[in-house]
Design a protein around this ligand. Structure first.
Ligand code: AMP
Ligand code: GLY
Length: 439
């Protein structure tokens, strides 16, 4: 390690926590999800120092100063630091850019799917096509690259319907349309106005599904899989699921409404067929495969696939993991997941996001965060939009941090979370008061 790195290590890492013999690990990404992954990896005796590309100031990691989409620089950094034995790629963008492929091509171990397997997330048209070809239940749909043909289809379609940009659009590329004129506006915005850039070169138009949503995250090595406890995200900004869509304002796990019986049929009809479909596609999926499900009167259907851990679901789910996350990740890389016995807690887990007032539109930054030292020892704070200020952490993004707690039942877990949230303050702090109130 260079002297400069040692200095950084001394500043950012509590050396007592670090296992001297452990592997150094690089995490790509810098939000609450990544912080939860790091927190869990730190519990492994096999993990040494943790580096972040870019990470954030609340994570207690060694910053590399490299952004999550600077994939060539990330590969060079790993090449220049042979102490880094493993790279965890958490966000969708670097996966879609092929970071895992580039690392593998140089002989470096990494967690996450290849670009070809991650296509299940970065092209909704491809995902729908896979579902159709392999008989995986999903909403009826059609895809278009020409706006006039899309408009023709909308003339005679049944409403409401859902129009989706094909590519990655920060979770915002989905528009629900109640009639033809709304559909035309959406098509103009996406295909001509390029509201979501090149992501809108193709659109998926699909049937609107009624029901409730469940997130089912799985680890898979391309052959075997392990289910994580189900979870539920809260995407809208305001209480009662009102207001604009956000990156997620909180989550809970498990989703008890989703019965063991439903889970069993979902595994048979959706999870297993998807994993075997990707083998047949010549792109076995290794990493976290996230099934965004809608539970309808007509059975469980896939709304979307994500090729990664969800945010903020991960901040509720990973605290329930009793086993060693680093061991699981390595088994995914090595194709030996089937040999592991992964254990989960039976507790109920909730996390609530503290955001900058105004998010997801404009908001103030640079506000000092107070009261972090008052938080109970068994309650976790995962940081996202924060940076170092003169006297400690200050806000630097829309979603600033999330507070997570677990307990025997949801009522106690909710009380713990909301009691502790009251201890944390910053200017214009905003959070939803109803996370986990409708289970
Ligand atoms: P997606 O990115 O495809 O998961 O869509 C984002 C959100 O839009 C989902 O979490 C749902 O709330 C909603 N959504 C997407 N597709 C549909 C659909 N076919 N019917 C009803 N709601 C949908
Ligand atoms: N929570 C939804 C997502 O991570 O895309």
């Amino acid at each position: 390690m260079s002297e400069q790195q040692l200095e950084k290590t001394a500043r950012y890492v509590d050396l007592k926590e670090v296992s001297i013999d452990g592997d150094d690990v690089l995490i790509v990404g810098g939000g609450g999800r990544e912080h939860a992954i790091i927190w869990k990896l730190r519990q492994s005796k096999r993990v040494g120092n943790i580096y972040g590309a870019p990470g954030n100031s609340g994570m207690n990691i060694i910053p590399t100063g490299i952004g999550a989409t600077d994939i060539d620089k990330i590969v060079e950094y790993v090449a220049a630091n042979p102490n880094i034995k493993y790279t965890v790629v958490a966000p969708d963008d670097p996966l879609s850019l092929g970071l895992v492929d580039k690392l593998a091509a140089r002989g470096f171990r990494a967690f996450g799917p290849t670009r070809a397997a991650a296509k299940l997330e970065w092209s909704k048209a491809y995902a729908k096509d896979v579902m159709r070809r392999y008989g995986i239940p999903t909403a009826e749909y059609a895809t278009f690259t020409e706006i006039e043909q899309a408009k023709d289809y909308c003339k005679t379609a049944k409403y409401p319907l859902v129009i989706k940009a094909d590519g990655l659009a920060l979770g915002k590329g989905v528009i629900i349309c109640n009639d033809k004129s709304e559909a035309y506006v959406a098509l103009n915005d996406i295909m001509e106005g390029k509201k979501f850039g090149a992501a809108g070169n193709e659109v998926v138009i699909e049937q609107f599904l009624k029901g409730y949503e469940v997130s089912l995250l799985t680890f898979t090595d391309g052959k075997s899989f392990a289910l994580m406890p189900t979870s539920c995200d809260h995407k809208r900004a305001l209480d009662g699921d009102e207001g604009l869509n956000t990156g997620g304002m909180g989550a809970f796990s498990p989703c008890d409404k989703f019965s063991a019986e439903l889970l069993k049929t979902t595994v048979e009809a959706i999870v297993k067929p998807t994993i075997s479909a990707m083998q047949k596609e010549g792109a076995p999926f290794k990493g976290v495969l996230y099934f965004g499900l809608m539970v309808t009167d007509d059975g469980v259907k896939v709304l979307e696939y994500n090729a990664r851990f969800g945010d903020p679901e991960t901040q509720s789910v990973l605290p329930l993991l009793k086993s060693d996350l680093y061991e699981i990740m390595n088994a995914v890389t090595d194709g030996t997941l089937g040999e592991l016995n992964i254990e989960w807690s039976d507790l109920k887990s909730i996390n609530v996001v503290l955001a900058s007032g105004g998010y997801p539109l404009s908001y103030k930054k640079g506000c000092e965060i107070f009261g972090l030292d008052k938080v109970d020892g068994d309650v976790k704070v995962f940081f996202a939009g924060v940076k170092d200020g003169e006297n400690g952490l200050v806000t630097s993004g829309g979603r600033v941090l999330c507070v997570q707690a677990m307990a025997e039942d949801f009522a106690q877990a909710r009380k713990k979370v909301y009691d502790n949230i009251k201890k944390i303050t910053f200017d214009n702090c905003y959070y939803r008061k109803d996370i986990g109130s409708k289970l």
